[in-house]
Design a binder for this molecule. Structure first.
Ligand SMILES: Cc1ncc(COP(=O)(O)O)c(C=O)c1O
Length: 391
């Protein structure tokens, strides 16, 4: 009998993160698995969306993005990231960072070419590298500070390397790549003619004075970088599905073609409202970072108190933890137990590793939640008896 599913689709599983959300709903737990806020998005952005719908922005936008949004993206990329781009030829608006990443990889990678991915990695990058037909090459971010070994990274580059995926600030580790680290990556990209695809979706969620550097702003990298971003995390609008890829005209032309045939375009009225979001006053971003830092401080403390080993994040809104010292070596069983008996949903660390055993004793929590929600989760965690014998 002919196998009805493609070999490609058989090579990866459903998202564990999204599955944990479904398990959480079943057990009516507190969802600290999937990274989305449970507090409202800013009122002025919601009002802009209502105005856009009433104002009849309800048909397809230009495939690569409404002009007003591309203009706003270019303005913001100039002031925050220090790179001037042409909205006519260098920006493609997609359905979230998710589509921006897969469209970009499909637009530049040939089957069999290599794509370097730092591990642990945001779950989607695994299937993304498979869907674009590439051969993924994983380079470890070493705990506790999640640094990469320069020799290991250097060895990963060769004539077959087409792209490297970077995510800073990083999900799941909370690492913020330093300028020096990015310069080291940039030098290798320039030496080997490799495209850096950089997911900067958490660029404003930074703690303890950490600073965000865009790879595209480093000398020589402007035309060799695809910068990916979206409104999901910065403006608490994960459900709107508006993101973008910024790249040189040559790369953009290819990304636009793939994007057109994948989705045609992101929701038009929400693109109009996203332009209003990107033009909000600069103080918005300071408040965002400060409020998330308060949540991080509170929740990292809770996790430590109940016995988790905590890797304190410098950016993004996740806390990676380890429970190996408690005798747990199956993080998936632990996470299921925690949501079923304890009522708190998390993501097992194994879903961020190519070799699941590497993350077997790790568990990721997210904290983009109201303080009340985090306090509710804290109460549940305090009552939860750490299991014995899950190994
Ligand atoms: C690193 C990273 N990239 C992309 C996404 C998805 O972003 P979007 O909602 O823009 O598709 C997430 C969501 O958690 C993420 O953590």
């Amino acid at each position: 009998m002919i196998q009805p599913c493609s070999e490609r689709a058989m090579r990866f599983t459903e998202s564990v993160i999204r599955e944990m959300t479904r398990v959480c709903l079943k057990h009516q737990g507190v969802n600290l698995a999937q990274g989305f806020p449970d507090f409202p998005a800013p009122a002025e952005i919601k009002e802009a969306a209502i105005r856009a719908i009433q104002g009849n922005f309800n048909q397809y936008a230009i495939t690569w993005g409404a002009p007003v949004l591309r203009q706003a993206i270019a303005e913001k990329f100039a002031w925050y990231n220090g790179v001037a781009v042409d909205p006519e030829t260098e920006i493609t608006v997609c359905c979230g960072s998710t589509e921006s990443m897969i469209a970009s990889l499909m637009a530049i990678v040939n089957p069999g070419e290599e794509v370097i991915v730092f591990e642990p990695f945001y779950e989607n990058y695994g299937p993304d590298t498979i869907l674009c037909g590439s051969h993924p090459v994983f380079v470890t971010l070493h705990e506790p500070d999640w640094h990469f070994d320069e020799h290991e990274l250097t060895r990963a580059f060769n004539n077959q390397t087409k792209a490297i995926v970077i995510n800073t600030p990083n999900n799941p580790t909370g690492k913020v790549f330093s300028r020096e680290e990015l310069q080291f990556i940039a030098d290798l990209c320039l030496k080997w003619g490799v495209v850096a695809v950089t997911d900067e979706i958490y660029e404003h969620i930074l703690f303890d004075g950490a600073e965000h550097t865009s790879l595209a702003s480093l000398p020589g990298m402007r035309n060799q970088t695809i910068t990916i971003n979206s409104i999901s995390k910065t403006y608490s609008l994960t459900g709107w599905r508006v993101g973008w890829a910024i790249a040189s005209p040559r790369l953009t032309a290819s990304i636009r073609k793939v994007h057109d045939f994948l989705t045609v375009g992101a929701p038009h009225p929400l693109q109009e409202a996203a332009a209003a979001a990107l033009r909000m006053g600069r103080s918005y971003y300071n408040t965002l970072a400060r409020e998330y830092q308060e949540k991080r401080d509170y929740f990292a403390g809770v996790l430590q108190d109940v016995g988790f080993r905590v890797y304190s994040p410098r950016g993004a809104y996740y806390i990676m933890t380890d429970v190996g010292h408690l005798g747990v070596s199956d993080g998936t069983a632990f996470s299921l137990d925690l949501v079923e008996r304890g009522g708190v949903a998390t993501v097992p660390g194994s879903s961020f590793y190519n070799t699941p055993s590497s993350g077997a004793s790790k568990v990721r929590f997210c904290f983009p939640k109201k303080m009340d929600t985090l306090k509710k989760a804290a109460e549940k965690l305090k009552k939860f008896k750490m299991p014995k014998g899950l190994h």
